[in-house]
Write a protein that binds this ligand. Structure first.
Ligand code: O2Y
Ligand code: MN
Length: 616
């Protein structure tokens, strides 16, 4: 198929306009076939950009440029017509000015390259919740990753109409006069990188980066930043959330979604292996959930993606056996280390490497006798990734592609909070749950900042969506409140919980890493309590911060004695700690949103303060 064969006039003229601007040597309309995948892999291998892995069938290792290793938040823009509509937490440039700048960069940017046309669907094909887009890109790596991460290719055309999200991407490095990449990852210098969302036009323009969220435009740019805007217009929720399917020993099923800031073990929770007998946890999604009311008045979620773009370092048989299995074949690895026998290796994989390794920068170095490396000398980049088909995950739920989605009973929020926030508490109602989402954050550690003065403060990441909300975050809070108000029956709304797996007691030498809760598979004990709460079980006490497990309500069978001893402490309300929390929210967090902060959230904060004062 060629561009001339495209029937839809709007799509055809948009592609022609982009071809005129970018001036590629040729245009290829992707069919999404296995043959096409293998042909493009060969292009990458022959160009020295990809290495086939002898130990993992049909899998390849790519090394990016050292300057192009992660999402670039400071070069990510929400170009709404009014700055106020982007809000205080997004970078804003006037769309007319940004388009002029970017058109200058796009002019001739695909010289010597092929423009690939990727029709794709976010969500199961034909699902009433799914949405469609077309990515134009000059990167074979992007085509391969989009093939895994989305439903892409020929099968999408019957569903495409004028209502598609146009996504234009270029690595920003034209090849003039027959120049070749010669095994060097193509990208532009940081000041020329632009990851731009135009919310009023539902349009994405990305330039200068070939990596992950900057370049696979279906993911963060479309499924979160643009989809959050569409969701607000249409009355649904586009969220940075995992989706889990829980089955109890009686065979009863509930689905939950969960939002966690980075480095809180979201992918591990999405693929958790429960330690409590008889329980089953299965994955519907690991990163993004789109939730819409069904005819029965319940919120239904789909995972708009078809693959996992997971962080490799720290993924081991102990932390996430299912992710390792998902990435055991048909997988693209980026910025991992290469072993002598043709496998990938990374820090925290659970075993030391042997002999020599090629590190993520392409240097051959002797492996160390452990699976850790000094900071800055890692063999795999800390943001090294695997791109694996979701269907390969051993715990993928049988209904993960259900077109109508799965009915959500509970929504979880969490952060890395070494003090104050208990293991789990439940909101009193939907708006109180919105309050909990609005205060999500993790404590800043020396490892997570370069500014020593910030250590110990809370880095708020409301709903864990701060870098991915396509409009004013205050209006986003209001949208959540509006969705609650739009429910036919409030009792059918998901119950909302705040969990914290990361309480610490550094003075207790018995606790591994000082953590007061084991986490990982033992989080199933908390999921059990949540499951029962959704059934209205009398397993709770009313506290100043919300509903919490009553004594004995968390299943501790088989739990190590030292965790049984710490449990009462992490199930207590730290009244003084919460008073400091209220002060921080009132003085440092909520004022950022000015008049866009819903009054309901301020009343809930006042109410929390009153309850804490009354608890003295
Ligand atoms: O660094 C990147 O480009 C990837 S970011 C990412 C990838 C998968 C899931 N979540 C994220 C994220 O930053 O939240
Ligand atoms: Mn994410």
């Amino acid at each position: 198929m060629t561009v001339n064969d495209i029937k839809n006039a709007k799509i055809k003229s948009w592609i022609e306009e982009c071809v005129k601007m970018c001036e590629p040597d040729q245009v290829v309309v992707c069919d999404g076939s296995a043959a096409e995948y293998d042909r493009l892999v060969k292009v990458c291998v022959d160009a020295g950009l990809a290495t086939p892995l002898a130990k993992k069938p049909h899998s390849y290792l790519f090394r990016s440029d050292p300057s192009d290793v992660a999402r670039v938040e400071k070069r990510t823009f929400i170009a709404s017509k009014k700055q106020e509509d982007a809000g205080p937490t997004n970078n804003w440039i006037d769309p007319v000015e940004l388009k002029a700048t970017m058109k200058g960069l796009y002019k001739g940017c695909m010289h010597g390259r092929t423009m690939y046309v990727i029709p794709f669907c976010m969500g199961p094909l034909g699902s009433p919740i799914a949405k469609y887009g077309i990515e134009l890109t000059d990167s074979e790596y992007v085509v391969l990753n989009m093939d895994i991460m989305t439903r892409a290719g020929e099968k999408v055309w019957p569903y495409l109409d004028d209502n598609f999200v146009p996504c234009l991407h270029s690595v920003g490095k034209p090849l003039e006069n027959g120049a070749k990449d010669n095994g060097v990852w193509a990208c532009a210098p940081v000041e020329k990188k632009y990851i731009s969302q135009f919310p009023e036009e539902h349009l994405v323009w990305s330039f200068g980066s070939g990596y992950g969220g900057n370049a696979l435009l279906g993911k963060k740019c479309f499924a979160l930043r643009i989809a959050s805007v569409i969701a607000r217009e249409e009355g649904w929720l586009a969220e940075h959330m995992l989706i889990l399917k829980l089955t109890n020993p009686k065979g009863e099923v509930k689905y939950v979604t969960g939002a966690f800031p980075s480095a809180c073990g979201k992918t591990n929770l999405a693929m958790l292996i429960p330690t409590i007998p008889g329980w089953k946890v299965e994955t519907v999604g690991d990163d993004i959930a789109w939730m819409k009311f069904g005819k029965d008045g319940r919120l239904y979620a789909i995972n708009p993606e078809a693959g996992f773009f997971g962080v490799a370092p720290g993924t081991s048989a102990q932390s996430n056996k299912n992710a390792l299995e998902a990435a055991s074949k048909n997988t693209i690895f980026t910025n991992c280390a290469l072993t002598e026998d043709g496998d990938v290796w990374w820090e925290g994989i659970g075993y030391p490497a042997k002999g020599k390794l090629v590190d993520w920068k392409g240097n051959v170095r002797d492996a160390l006798p452990k699976d850790k490396s000094p900071k800055g000398e890692e063999f795999a980049h800390p943001n090294a990734r695997f791109t694996a088909p979701a269907k390969q995950c051993p715990c993928i739920a049988s209904d993960w592609e259900s077109p109508e989605g799965v009915p959500i009973s509970a929504i979880l929020f969490g952060g890395r909070r070494p003090s104050t926030v208990p293991l789990v508490h439940q909101s009193r109602n939907w708006n109180h749950g919105v309050f909990l989402g609005s205060i999500v954050g993790s404590e800043i550690t020396a490892a997570s900042t370069i500014d020593a003065s910030q250590v110990g403060k809370i880095r708020r990441d409301p709903f864990a969506i701060l870098p991915f909300c396509g409009y004013n975050m205050g209006d986003y809070f209001q949208h959540w409140i509006d969705v609650g108000n739009a429910a036919k029956d409030k009792d059918l709304l998901p119950k909302i919980f705040y969990v914290n797996w990361f309480r610490k007691d550094d003075n207790n030498a018995e606790l591994p890493g000082g953590f007061m809760w084991p986490g990982y598979g033992d989080n199933s004990r908390v999921l059990e309590w949540i499951f029962d709460r959704c059934d209205g079980k009398d397993n709770f006490i009313d506290t100043p911060i919300g509903y919490m497990p009553k004594e004995g309500a968390i299943n501790t069978d088989g739990l190590a004695d030292y965790y049984k001893k710490t449990l009462p402490e992490i199930l207590k309300v730290d009244v003084e700690g919460w008073k400091k929390e209220v002060k921080d929210i009132r003085e440092n967090h909520y004022p950022k949103f000015g008049k866009h902060l819903p009054k309901e959230l301020m009343s809930i904060l006042d109410d929390l303060e009153k309850r804490l004062n009354a608890a003295n």
